[in-house]
Every structure is written in C-alpha cells, then in structure tokens.
Write a protein that binds this ligand. Structure first.
Ligand SMILES: Cc1ncc(COP(=O)(O)O)c(C=O)c1O
Ligand SMILES: N[C@@H](CCCC[NH3+])C(=O)O
Length: 422
C-alpha cells in the first residue's frame, strides 16, 4: 500500500532511511515516495481500463511541482481550482488540454489565464459563472469547453466539512435544474458544452453514494443528449477514501470503484474523467518530525514535537486520525504507554493525537506522522511565524529537496514598514 517500511530496525522511505533525510534536511519535513505515488496512480488507471479515460490528479491535495511533474510523466492530467494551481500544472509540463479547471468562484482573470493555456474543460458551478466565462471567452475570440457541475443531492456519509454533494452544500447546480442550465450554456456564444461533472465529497468510505450519484448523472446524460447537447465527457470527480488507521481500516478498493463507474456511466460512449487527490497522495507522504521534549503531564506524558498544527492541520481541523510511529523501530516488549502528541504552537488545539499508545521516546528521537501526503503541506501556514517546512521526494535510494525551507529574512522581507511609521 505504501513504501514506508521498517528495515534493519529503522523506518525507510523506499530505500532511504528517514534518519538520513532528517540528518541532511532537518526536521520537520515532508517526505514523499515516488513508488507509492506511481502505484496509486496506476491502480486508479487500471481500475478504469477498457473505458476511454483520463486520471486528473487533484492538485489541491499535493501541489509540489516536482510531484506534479512525476505524475504528468506517468500520463496524469490535472484538476486545478485556481490560477495558482493552473500555473503549477503548466510549470510541471502538463499540457493545457489535460487540465480541468474547477471551483465555485473563478474570477474573470483566472478564466482568461485558463483559456490562454487552452485548458480542456471548465467545470462550471453556476449560471453567473457561465455568463462570465462566455463574456471572457468572446473577448478573447475563443470558446470555453464546459462541463456543468451538478449537485446530485447525495449524502456522501463523510465528515460534514468535506461533503460537497448535498443540496445544502455550495457546490454545483441542483441536478433537477441542470437541463435549463445546459440550455442557457448552449445559447451563449463563448461556451461549448463538452460534458457533465459531479463530485460529492472527499474521504468516502463506501461505494453506495458514488453509485447513487453516478446513476443520477447517467440519467441526466440521456436527457441532455435528447435535448441536443454533446456530452462527450463525464467527469466523476474524486473522493475515494484511504486507510488512515493502518491496522483496521479498509475503504473500498479502486478496482471496485472502477466497477461502479463502469456500470453506471461507463457504457455511455463518453470519455471518463476522474479527479483523485487523496487516493494518490495521502499514503505517499509522511511528516517527519523530532521530539523536542518529553514532558510529564498530570494524566500522561506529552511528546512535544517540532512539527505543529501549522504544518499539518488535519487533526485540529477535522479531528483526523494519523498514525504516528517511531522512526527507530521499537524493541519487542517495549513498554507502550499513552501520550499526548503535540506541537509548539500556542493553541490547545495544536495536538496530533491524544492518549495515543506510544513506545518510550526521548527528546531528539524521530517520529513519522503517516498518511500526510494529501492535504498536508498544501494546507500549512506560517502561523507563529514558523517557516513552511521542506518537502523531500524519494525515488528508490535517491532523495532530493523539492521545496526548501524559506529563511526568516525571506519571510520578513515580503512585508514593509511604510515611511509614515518612521
Ligand atoms: C471538485 C473536486 N475534485 C476532486 C477532489 C479531490 O478529492 P479527493 O482528494 O478526495 O480525491 C476534490 C476535493 O474534495 C474536489 O472538490
Ligand atoms: N482538506 C480536506 C479535504 C477537502 C477536499 C477538497 N475538496 C482533508 O484534509 O481531508
């Protein structure tokens, strides 16, 4: 499932001991495995075999350009949600035609940049957006290829903060209104309808919501075609969940997800677009950190790490579980005691885990926070003026820093004291 394993008593990323990376780069840092990225990309690609399809990696999950380049070389397209992500995908060498541009609030400037880049598909989420896109395209003498994102009103049964396909969510147009939105699209001079799009949420751990949503989309495709629209592409979004608790979680397999896609929308003669982010990236990355102090607490000890909520916000934001392991393999029979694993930031919410059974770990020892490749580095901030941490890409016995830590001077020189403050 991933390529972070113990070998000779030490946790490795592929063939590289994590301790070697820590010694060379310092901690905290993110470490990504090419082998895991590739495995997950291929698993999804193979799950859709036999159907014309493109796997567009959701750049929001992990946007480092080296990672994007690696995936692009495997044949991935990209799903972007901002001009910044678009520029990253282009910098990574992804052809515009393999980029889909999503998001509820695209600005005119972002639309122009995407048209300039020749993106293959705009996933449009409202009528005002449709009108704006048409205006921008006409002003550039172009036509924008469009899929309307429909909201199928399906309960994705995931965390409320990452569900996107229920009627009350801000995403997409209600599927019941899709026919009139398509009629409007067809009448706009700057719009060329190419498909339909749906995405119901993230970290889905059951297939039924996908099945329901895709079945509704299949029915809609029939109706849209009858109305004369050219639905050449069906974009089914991302959202397939991954195991965060290695010992006891088994989300649906990509192969079974592929079967759902095949039996719902696979036979409609359209190209299938998928937008997986987490599936490809989550277990391809760890956040490597050091224990700064072991502090005696009333109920249990605190392990205070040099990584914090600003580096990985998922536990604070979603109460998300991440496995945390010692980089030096615990000896058989080592006492396992509950500890609170926290960071140095001034917030009580700055905790990676509460009462987590851990082996004895002293100051200076290394830990790896697993499953941190997706929505890890990309959601980090400089809160407490903590520099964004380096990112390291491993391939077999080789590793490279693919984002360096900024200096404090670089962080501060972006700001300026106006003359009138003296
Ligand atoms: C439109 C869209 N596509 C793709 C994704 C990627 O989702 P995931 O990382 O769960 O595969 C998201 C995030 O939920 C999204 O909003
Ligand atoms: N950022 C979220 C997922 C949001 C998915 C993006 N639409 C997470 O860490 O789980």
């Amino acid at each position: 499932m991933d390529h972070f394993d113990y070998r000779d008593g030490a946790l490795h990323a592929e063939d590289v001991p994590l301790a070697e990376i820590a010694a060379a780069v310092g901690t905290p840092c993110y470490v990504y495995s090419c082998a895991t990225l590739e495995r997950h990309f291929r698993v999804m690609d193979e799950a859709l075999a036999g159907m014309p399809h493109v796997v567009c990696f959701a750049v929001k999950a992990l946007s480092n350009v080296a990672v994007l380049r690696f995936l692009a070389r495997l044949g991935a397209g990209m799903d972007v949600v901002s001009e910044g992500e678009l520029r990253r995908a282009l910098a990574a060498g992804v052809p515009g035609a393999k980029i889909v541009f999503a998001g509820v609030g695209k600005t005119g400037a972002e639309m122009a940049a995407a048209l300039q880049a020749g993106v293959g598909q705009f996933n449009v989420e409202s009528e005002p957006e449709l009108e704006r896109l048409s205006e921008v395209a006409v002003s550039m003498g172009a036509q924008a290829p469009v899929a309307v994102r429909v909201n199928p009103d399906v309960d994705a049964k995931t965390h409320a903060k990452i569900s996107t396909g229920k009627a009350e969510d801000k995403f997409g147009v209600p599927i019941s209104r899709a026919p009139e939105v398509y009629a409007r699209a067809a009448a706009l001079p700057g719009i060329r309808v190419v498909g339909v799009d749906v995405h119901i949420g993230s970290q889905l751990t059951a297939l039924e919501p996908f099945e329901q949503a895709f079945s509704r989309v299949a029915a809609l495709v029939g109706a849209l075609r009858e109305a004369g629209h050219d639905i050449a592409r069906i974009d089914v979004g991302g959202g397939l969940g991954v195991p965060y608790v290695r010992s006891n979680e088994a989300p649906p397999l990509p192969f079974d997800y592929g079967a759902v896609v095949r039996r719902t929308v696979g036979g409609l003669g359209a190209e299938i677009v998928v937008e997986p982010g987490r599936l490809i990236a989550a277990n391809a990355g760890v956040l490597l950190a050091s224990v700064i102090y072991r502090k005696r607490g009333e109920a249990r000890d605190f392990l205070i790490l040099d990584a914090a909520m600003n580096d990985l916000i998922r536990p604070a934001m979603y109460d998300a579980h991440h496995d945390i392991v010692a980089v030096r393999e615990p000896e058989a029979g080592a006492a396992i005691l509950p500890a609170d694993i926290v960071g140095p930031v001034c917030e009580s919410g700055d905790a990676f885990a509460k009462a987590r059974p851990m082996p004895p770990l002293a100051a200076g020892e290394l830990v790896a926070i697993r499953s941190a490749g997706a929505y890890g580095a990309v959601m980090s901030s400089e809160y407490n003026t903590r520099p964004l941490v380096p990112e390291v890409l491993v391939s077999k016995d080789r590793f490279d820093v693919v984002r360096r830590r900024p200096t404090y001077a670089e962080m501060i020189e972006r700001e300026r004291i106006p003359d009138w403050l003296g």
